[in-house]
Ligand binder design. Structure first.
Ligand SMILES: *Cc1c(COP(=O)(O)O)cnc(C)c1O
Length: 361
């Protein structure tokens, strides 16, 4: 079979045939009971994916890309009284700072170098120095570099200082460990079109259930208010039109994930693929930007090979059917990224390696 152009960018991903075919289901109205049933099934599947989340967390599903989920989480849960500490080491963490600033929410920041780990010493100092900080927010898998941030010690600092933790897990949910049993974890934002292998259009936030009983929404936006979605979605409905076809794809993708062994099996598969990618590129003299053990299972940042500009490398690979991804910001001229989410097969990687070897020769 001829393979489609392979997306080796961090979402949207190359779809499996099964998920693509789900888009052909009969059209549905989002106000009809069969759609409500579909939505309840998606919510149940999202909560079950991490068994520890099932009892304590509720999935709130919205229409949008990953940023929609993150912004809804921040708008609805970052307090107007009290302060939110953002710990960032890349584009996506800094984007959360920009959100808080635009919303005019009290915020503090530990902004780290994009190539560095989160500075937990600085976080501990801030938390000690400023008892107003009641919430901490961080990015789980910082897509800028592919670093899987170490959330456990951050969550423990939150526990010591009685602060809640919110996570942007947009590029890790469904394929990396997330400790939903941690008592300080408040909410986790994610999307349909990265590790879950569905199409763009469904954004969701896993929210600790008792939040909806104990708190008032902090949202200063109608559309991004998680509380109103949560209320309506108890019955499977939503305050606004949902991306119905994206929901078909998400349900199918969640069934596929479940049948293939859940998030651990997906992580194992990703580790196999990314391990091969790293080995092959390193052997061609293309270095990883970070220490190998720092990476998540599905995103790798590489230094550009000697004498190459990113657009040339991109265009050569694109003409062979592989879409790679540029570096962002100050790293644009130095790096590129290869991701291995989506329906990527062993033979796809062999073709990629052949192409790379030929191009660099
Ligand atoms: C992809 C991504 C987002 C959201 O980006 P969109 O372009 O809105 O999908 C947010 N955070 C991280 C870590 C991401 O990888």
């Amino acid at each position: 079979m001829n393979r489609p152009t392979l997306l080796l960018n961090p979402g949207p991903v190359t779809l499996s045939e099964r998920v693509r075919n789900a888009l052909l289901r009969e059209d549905q109205c989002h106000r009809e009971p069969e759609f409500a049933e579909l939505m309840l099934d998606i919510k149940a599947r999202l909560s079950r994916l991490y068994p520890q989340a099932a009892a304590e967390f509720d999935a709130v599903v919205m229409t949008g890309s990953g940023t929609c989920a993150v912004e809804a989480m921040i708008a609805s849960l970052a307090p107007t009284k009290g302060r939110t500490l953002i710990v960032s080491n890349g584009v996506y963490g800094e984007r959360i700072s920009a959100m808080l600033e635009m919303m005019g929410r009290p915020a503090a920041e530990v902004r780290c170098d994009w190539l560095s780990e989160m500075d937990l010493t600085a976080v501990a100092m801030q938390l000690s120095a400023d008892p107003q900080i009641s919430h901490v927010v961080a990015v789980h898998n910082e897509t800028t570099t592919g670093r899987l941030n170490d959330i456990e010690p951050l969550a423990d600092l939150c526990r010591q200082h009685d602060a809640y933790l919110m996570l942007d897990a947009v590029s890790s949910f469904g394929a990396e460990a997330i400790d939903f049993s941690h008592p300080n974890l408040l909410a986790v934002a994610a999307t349909s079109n990265k590790c879950l292998h569905a199409i763009v259009g469904c954004a969701f936030v896993m929210v600790r259930k008792r939040v909806f009983e104990e708190r008032k929404s902090q949202a200063n936006t109608l559309y991004l208010d998680l509380f109103s979605y949560h209320q309506a979605q108890q019955e499977g409905f939503s305050p606004f039109t949902q991306a119905t076809h994206s929901c078909f794809a998400l349900q199918e993708a969640l069934m596929e994930l479940d049948e293939s062994g859940g998030w651990q099996a997906r992580r194992d598969r990703y580790r196999t693929l990314s391990g091969r990618i790293r080995n092959h590129l390193n052997a061609l003299g293309i270095p990883c930007l970070l220490a190998r053990e720092a990476y998540s299972s599905m995103i790798t940042s590489f230094g550009l090979p000697e004498g190459w500009r990113y657009p040339d490398l991109h265009d050569r690979l694109c003409s062979k059917g592989f879409v790679i991804y540029a570096g962002q910001g100050a790293l644009y001229h130095d790096m590129f990224r290869i991701c291995n989410m989506g329906d990527i097969r062993d033979e796809d990687l062999l073709r990629l390696f052949d192409c790379l070897t030929a191009i660099l020769d």
